[in-house]
Design a protein around this ligand. Structure first.
Ligand code: FAD
Length: 504
């Protein structure tokens, strides 16, 4: 039996931690190096976030955890989640009355789940702590990597890790380095010196800042909403055409809220923070009834105002020795709720390809997967990594673009009748003609494991069929007569169709 493969993971965020688990389950000697202190220690806040960032986890992330081969991981992670079955769109009607209406994500009732990012990350680290073949090194920053000689250098703030007990640089060797060190990845930077990597990044003209909507202190003590000021089973949106405010529930009854706003307007509010409550009243009606003005102003002043980056690159690997995954490979804007989900899916796909090559190239097929992958040769691994880059790049690029497009959908299309009518037709087709395999794009992205690029193609195809069907109907004489009556009674018919589909 050859000695186990040494796999070094850089970055112990959700994606790196899951990759470490997959590698450990295959018998690799795993070392995880993380820039920051252990986030399970009190007072440690993940990079770029406040204490309580909540994310939406959906099928792709869940499936990657399901297939990690750990008996209780998924159960313990999902334990702390809250199902969100749709968007709750908030606004003010023509009479000035506040309204909220729910748009379910899925006609079949499937939901995405609000999860505490730190909780998820901590559970993954707890699992890794219990594995004899995993070593975790916190306070270690990757400073250099040579993917030809398979050596890497870390600046160690953890004095126990350095030979002389003082902070300094350490050098290590590896067979495979997996870079899961986020959007500003050092692994990617060093990989670029060895691979002919195409790279493109874009900062969109929007900043984000977090706010806190506290639990309910008065009102009914029982019932599903007892702790919450607004529905816990929705992702709440206050669309503002060019900007928006959203709220995601937490287990304790609070909501993590995020303001997305063009940098110019952020600048104006920074110059005059006391105008924030009036700004909210004008654009996000009802929020100041839920979050006191003082809290709005202090969150705006104390929490960071952060940029949003979208990046694409390819290939993701060099030879047999290095590969990047998660935000390091494809950081995206957060508007499809897919960044972490896609990163976790990277892990599932990467290891399924590694497994396939270990199987194909000369190992005993009766051996457990845990020992199969460890005995891969460098050649087998390089073929697997090349296949991973080829397979994954089109999907990663597709979800990056979809995430950018979804910003327009969230902040303005959710209010458009055309958008809601297409959703209505597509959902009717998916329910009444299931054999056609018709589904909305959102359902395919969030509730399936289909490739993102195939979803984009399928959605364009569906859109074309709907348009052709609509034009054919227009051309028929019956339709011309019906159109007359439709036009005459349009208000009544149109609002009945919309109401039956999305309003609750
Ligand atoms: P990260 O979480 O960035 O982790 C990288 C780790 O690497 C960090 O711990 C960092 O300290 C470490 N590191 C960095 N440099 C080094 C170094 N040189 N040496 C060693 N370690 C290093 N995604 C979803 O799926 N659903 C959502 O609802 C969602 N909402 C979001 C909302 C907002 C406002 C934002 C900004 C993002 C959101 N995302 C969401 C995206 C999600 O947060 C990221 O996609 C996810 O965190 C990526 O995980 P990662 O492990 O690849 O990278």
């Amino acid at each position: 039996m050859p000695s186990p493969q040494k796999t070094v993971i850089v970055g112990a965020g959700p994606v790196g931690s899951l990759a470490a688990l997959y590698a450990a389950q295959r018998g690799h000697d795993v070392e995880v190096y993380e820039l920051r202190p252990d986030l399970r220690n009190p007072g440690i806040i993940p990079l770029n976030f406040t204490k309580s960032i909540n994310l939406a986890v959906s099928e792709r992330g869940i499936n990657a955890m399901r297939l990690a081969g750990h008996p209780t991981l998924l159960e313990t992670v999902m334990d702390g989640t809250i199902p969100m079955r749709g968007r709750m769109v908030h606004g003010k009607g023509p009479t000035g009355a506040l309204y909220e209406h729910s748009q379910d994500y899925d006609v079949k009732g499937r939901a995405i789940y609000a999860i505490d990012r730190s909780g998820l990350n901590s559970r993954l680290l707890d699992v890794l702590d219990c594995m004899p073949n995993v070593k975790l090194f916190f306070n270690h920053k990757l400073t250099g990597a040579d993917f030809r000689s398979c050596r890497a250098w870390f600046e160690a703030k953890d004095t126990a890790a350095t030979p002389n007990g003082r902070p300094g640089e350490i050098e290590i060797g590896f067979d495979l380095m997996i870079g899961a060190d986020g959007a500003h990845s050092a692994v990617r930077y060093h990989l670029m010196k060895f691979s002919r990597m195409d790279y493109q990044q874009e900062y969109i003209d929007t900043l984000w800042c977090e706010f806190h909507l506290g639990p309910r202190h008065t009102g009914p003590k029982d019932g599903p909403w007892a702790k919450f000021q607004i529905s816990p089973n929705h992702l709440h949106i206050w669309p503002g055409k060019d900007f928006m405010f959203i709220a995601i529930p937490s287990e304790d009854g609070a909501f993590t809220c995020t303001l997305f706003l063009p940098s110019k307007q952020f600048g104006e509010l920074e110059g005059n923070p006391s105008s924030l409550p009036a700004f909210f009243d004008r654009h996000f009606p009802g929020v100041t009834d839920l979050i006191p003005s003082e809290s709005l102003i202090s969150s705006f002043q104390e929490n960071p105002h952060l940029p949003l980056i979208s990046l694409k690159c390819r290939p993701y690997h060099h030879g047999s020795s290095g590969v990047i995954i998660g935000d390091a490979a494809h950081a995206m804007v957060p508007f499809y709720g897919q960044g972490m989900n896609a990163g976790m899916e990277d892990v599932r796909i990467l290891f399924s390809i590694l497994d396939k090559h270990a199987e194909v190239y000369g190992n005993d097929p009766d051996e457990e997967p845990a020992t199969r992958a460890t005995s891969m040769s460098a050649l087998q691994r390089s073929l697997a990594l090349a296949e991973y880059s080829t397979v994954r790049a089109p999907d990663a690029h597709a979800i990056n673009s979809l995430a950018l497009q979804n910003y327009v959908e969230m902040r303005s299309s959710v209010l458009s009748k055309r958008y809601r009518l297409r959703k209505f037709f597509e959902e009717c087709l998916s329910v009444y003609f299931p054999d056609f395999g018709w589904q909305t794009k959102y359902a395919r992205v969030s509730f399936s494991n289909e490739g993102y690029a195939a979803i984009v193609q399928q959605s364009e195809h569906q859109g074309q069929i709907l348009m052709e069907g609509f034009l054919a109907l227009l051309a028929s004489p019956v339709v011309i007569i019906s159109a007359y009556y439709l036009h005459k009674y349009r208000r009544f018919i149109f609002s009945a169709a919309i109401n039956s589909c999305t309003w609750h």
